[in-house]
Design a protein around this ligand. Structure first.
Ligand code: PXP
Length: 255
């Protein structure tokens, strides 16, 4: 075993909530494209955007503008529908992260049931992979879901960190630790299966370190907290502090 920096841990900045704010007034400000430029300048490794079926935040034009102007990899979050598959095939993002989507939910609640929905997911995953798009599945840290991701030949799994963050922020440390342990174990399984490990949802300055310290972790996708924090300290400062916390959490990673 050797002590390393554990490989570079990438930060994908999710800009959905810049679009939420813009759409609240129905105009053009604040512009998600400008946030993507600012994130790139502040050292983000990628831009993440979720084009929802109801277009409640990101719109088709935002994806077009980001693809045209932003050199960073785009992680395109999408439901496994024919419409989204076709949009992904048209824009050829670096990665497509398949998420469950219900119209009435406020955000993506819970992971994808990759085990139960194998037959619906398989053609979407293979169409995207055939086009050279890396496919990520947003799942719970559950061994059944990791196995299902392997059967689907997913390149990446992104573990849903929502329950861990919720428990940690509420001070329910036993529940947070149990969730963390599930994520650690699932990351080991994914690593053994040759699947790249990402995580996201609800991460904040206070909750990021234990997730960043998981040896197999390669990317975190963070949105709501960074955009919220940007109101107080600016987007560049929020991104830079998050990066620092991620980096210091990896100082002692042993592989
Ligand atoms: N990863 C995925 C797959 C998501 O659906 C979301 C939320 O859109 C995030 C990461 C980012 O979550 P948050 O906005 O809570 O940081």
């Amino acid at each position: 075993m050797q002590r390393t920096d554990g490989g570079h841990l990438r930060l994908g900045v999710n800009i959905d909530h810049v679009a939420t704010l813009r759409n609240a007034r129905g105009g053009t400000h604040p512009e998600p494209l400008r946030a993507a430029h600012a994130a790139a300048e502040a050292g983000a490794d990628g831009i993440t955007a979720h084009l929802r079926e109801d277009r409640r935040h990101i719109r088709d034009g935002d994806i077009e503008a980001i693809r045209a102007e932003i050199a960073l990899p785009l992680n395109f979050e999408m439901a496994a529908t024919r419409e989204m598959r076709d949009i992904a095939l048209r824009h050829k993002p670096h990665a497509a992260c398949i998420v469950p989507e219900k119209r009435e939910e406020r955000t993506t609640e819970g992971g994808l049931d990759a085990a139960g929905a194998h037959n619906e997911l398989a053609p979407v995953v293979s169409a995207l992979r055939d086009a050279g798009i890396r496919v990520s599945l947003f799942i719970e840290a559950d061994p059944r879901q990791v196995e299902a991701a392997e059967r689907l030949s997913a390149d990446i799994v992104e573990f849903h960190t929502g329950t861990y963050c919720e428990a940690a922020i509420a001070g329910e440390m036993a529940r947070a630790d149990a969730e963390l342990e599930k994520i650690r174990r699932a990351a080991v399984l994914a690593g053994q299966a040759g699947i790249e490990v990402h995580a996201g949802h609800g991460l904040t300055f206070d909750t990021v370190a234990p997730i960043a310290a998981i040896a197999q972790m390669r990317e975190l996708n963070i949105g709501h907290f960074l955009i919220g924090e940007a109101v107080f300290i600016g987007l560049a400062a929020a991104i830079s502090r998050m990066r620092d916390l991620m980096l210091s959490a990896r100082q002692d990673v042993i592989e």
